[in-house]
Design a protein around this ligand. Structure first.
Ligand code: ADP
Length: 303
């Protein structure tokens, strides 16, 4: 693995003069060095603030556990925004399962460093960063302790040349532990979270925890998406309930959060993901693509 944890050269330099120094915001928390903060900590905080300043909307995609389709939703949300003409960054910080390079056909791509800044991979204008780009091979397991994981999350936001973005979509590690906490704390003024779940009762328990987690962090909840709700037969079009259905909607009502909608199990979603093209791009005219486009409208239309 490339040592992303190593200090990049610019960490020793002062904040970029083109960012913070030209900012006229009087309310920016990064203007003054805080008591007890070292010069380096101040400069790093400033650099992070100047980076975040240039990103209009920050959206975190969360789930209570892995395998529910969080990365699939993150990829397709980013692609929908990109296809709608927005400037979009997609950050995959799912440290133990960085699947976005595979889902976008970007496996084996290397991250370049220019002027001490990490350059995101450019997919026709969509900017992508994933821990997967730093692994020598896909089978490599990431065995890091907490501080290394939280450090790399901050680095991916602070030290990447994201430029001016309309949206940064962050595919967060699942659960409510240190890693999603680090994501939400680093993106301190994020617009909110999209929480992905599946229809089973056990998943609803996890998603309640995710909702409480967002509330404790004062992170707005943009809505819950229930993925894999029923299977649409490719031959007759009949919808068969595979898991106990409706749990996501009831839970969202019960917890007083918006329910964005349900996505069926669709073999073309899995096939698109495996073949490295976003589903919304590959099967743009399909019924399921229409369903996804409809349920992400509230995110697409953020002011
Ligand atoms: P997570 O990020 O929550 O771990 P992924 O997005 O990686 O989950 O999805 C896990 C697998 O399930 C992937 O192979 C993906 O293509 C597939 N998948 C996700 N949602 C659907 C769906 N609605 N229909 C069919 N396959 C899906």
């Amino acid at each position: 693995m490339n040592a992303v944890q190593q200090e990049t050269p610019q960490q020793e330099q002062a904040c970029s003069p083109t960012a913070c120094d030209s900012c006229s915001s009087g309310s920016c928390s990064a203007t003054d060095q805080q008591q007890g903060e070292s010069q380096q900590q101040f400069e790093e905080r400033r650099r992070l603030a100047s980076r975040l300043c240039r990103i209009k909307h920050k959206i975190v995609v969360l789930s209570g556990k892995g395998g529910v389709g969080k990365s699939t939703i993150a990829v397709n949300l980013a692609m929908a925004l990109h296809l709608a003409g927005k400037k979009v960054g997609l950050l995959d910080v799912d440290i133990h399962g960085p699947s976005i390079p595979t889902m976008l056909g970007l496996e084996g791509r290397q991250i370049m460093e220019e002027n001490g800044e990490l350059q995101p991979v450019d997919l026709n204008g969509l900017k992508v960063i994933s821990l997967g780009f730093f692994l020598k091979d896909q089978d490599e397991a990431v065995i890091w302790r907490g501080p290394m994981k939280t450090g790399v999350i901050t680095q991916f936001i602070r030290d990447v040349e994201w430029g001016d973005l309309d949206y940064l979509i962050v595919d967060s590690p699942p659960g409510t532990g240190d890693e999603p906490l680090s994501v939400c704390q680093t993106l301190e003024d994020a617009d909110g979270a999209v929480i992905v779940t599946t229809p089973q009762k056990v998943a609803a328990v996890d998603v309640r925890k995710s909702i409480s987690f967002c509330r404790q962090l004062n992170l707005p909840i943009l809505g819950v998406i229930e993925n894999m709700n029923g299977f649409v037969c490719p031959k007759c079009g009949e919808l068969t309930a595979v898991f106990q259905s409706g749990g996501g909607k009831m839970m969202a009502e019960d917890m007083a959060v918006p329910f964005l909608g349900s996505v069926p199990i669709d073999p073309q979603i899995a096939e698109a993901g495996d073949s490295g093209v976003a589903f919304l791009q590959r099967y743009a005219d399909s019924l399921t693509a229409g369903i996804i486009q409809e349920l992400i409208k509230p995110v697409l239309s953020l002011p």
